[in-house]
Design a binder for this molecule. Structure first.
Ligand SMILES: Cc1cc2nc3c(=O)[nH]c(=O)nc-3n(C[C@H](O)[C@H](O)[C@H](O)COP(=O)(O)O)c2cc1C
Length: 362
């Protein structure tokens, strides 16, 4: 464990975990924005956290990702940390999910810690500034790592069926020329009308409307998705030349939690962190086995160490993302994962991340 992670675990985490989770999240966003706003603070953070090694470079669709470890959607929905994330050592970041109309989200409290499970319950309900404001924010900055923008359906129960296709499309049109990739979050459990966009008719309607594009588009799947639906979505993705999948979002499965049921029965929302780990890894393996490199796979869910990240890469992921691992172990986890990846690759004789992708799938 590096000094930064020990410092976080001994001093910062106990203090942070005493404060309401959403309040501390807001404070960290504000601090991160400040730290990113000037050269000196960026240089100090970079000195403590950034780790570079050519072996970690990943080239996808003509874009160079300095390393395969990204910030997953949801931590920085409104793209406020654009300037500090590269210094923290991320190889890429995904902002959002953002929606066509701004939304205040669900009533508070809507974020809960489950320390016994190294997990969170998330019920933000897509609180975000809306695609227009976020797009303008992104346009004003020169982000030095590749970034993706995640779009979801506006959290409004009156937007249904074809209108939800229009709603997604409005967001897509606004951001289609920004960033390295766009993720269509079709697995948001909080989209308001109770219907998931993993529904093939709705998704097919949206992809048809988007039509031909050069941009990398990813579909973000739920770890709880039915197996037969995975096949249908893969077929759609092939038909509409989708670049890949982000696997996976929050889970609704509470069956294996260590936290007593009583403690969380009134806490609605999807679960992140360790409880997603097996499901996310299983879905990744399943998709890679079926598609063998036809799609770029981004693995997310319960990644807490270099060993976790390396296993996902060998199971077919070209990139990985973290959120909950960083909340529980601190931002030093990014450097630890990247350093560990180099060590693990060298041990097995791989010269690049891309050489190791899918090597566990026979
Ligand atoms: C606080 C929080 C907010 C999230 N919001 C979003 C979101 O807006 N869009 C999305 O696609 N995923 C969202 N997620 C899901 C994460 O991107 C990720 O898929 C999930 O948490 C599993 O990764 P983890 O175990 O590393 O946290 C959110 C997760 C957390 C913890």
């Amino acid at each position: 464990m590096g000094f930064q992670t020990r410092f976080y675990q001994l001093l910062l985490k106990p203090a942070f975990f005493r404060i309401d989770p959403e309040k501390i999240h807001e404070k960290i966003l504000k601090t991160g924005k400040f730290l990113g706003s000037n050269k000196i603070t960026r240089a100090i953070i970079s000195c403590c956290f950034n780790y570079q090694n050519k072996k970690l470079n990943v080239h996808l669709n003509g874009i160079m990702f300095p390393n395969p470890v990204g910030l997953a959607a949801g931590f920085d929905k409104n793209a406020r940390l654009m300037n500090i994330l590269p210094a923290v050592g991320f190889g890429f970041a995904e902002f959002g999910s953002m929606t066509a109309n701004a939304s205040k989200g669900n009533p508070k409290p809507r974020l809960f810690r489950l320390p016994k499970d190294n997990a969170l319950i998330v019920n933000y309900g897509l609180a975000n500034d809306g695609v227009e404001i976020i797009a303008q924010r992104v346009e004003k900055n020169n982000v030095i790592i590749p970034f993706g923008l995640s779009i979801a359906k506006t959290n409004d129960t009156s937007i249904k069926g074809n209108n939800s296709i229009e709603d997604y499309y409005r967001s897509y049109q606004r951001i289609k020329n920004l960033g390295a990739y766009i993720t269509i979050n079709i697995s948001c459990p909080n989209a308001g009308d109770g219907r998931s966009f993993e529904d093939v008719k709705l998704l097919g309607g949206l992809l048809k409307k988007i039509g031909k594009q050069d941009k990398m588009i990813f579909l973000k799947l739920s770890p709880d998705i039915a197996k037969k639906n995975v096949d249908k979505i893969i077929n759609l993705a092939e038909k509409y030349k989708i670049a890949g999948f982000v696997v996976a979002n929050l889970t609704h499965d509470r069956s294996r939690l260590k936290t007593p049921k009583k403690e969380i029965e009134n806490k609605k929302g999807g679960i992140s962190g360790m409880p997603v780990r097996e499901k996310s890894a299983g879905l990744l393996r399943d998709i890679y086995t079926k598609t063998r490199g036809k799609f770029i796979l981004v693995s997310v869910g319960g990644i807490f160490s270099a060993e976790d990240a390396y296993a996902r890469i060998k199971d077919g992921a070209s990139l990985v993302q973290v959120v909950t691992g960083m909340i529980y172990k601190g931002p030093g986890i990014i450097k630890e994962i990247n350093k560990g990846l180099v060590r693990l690759m060298e041990k097995e004789g791989y010269k690049s991340i891309q050489e190791a992708v899918g090597k566990n799938i026979v």
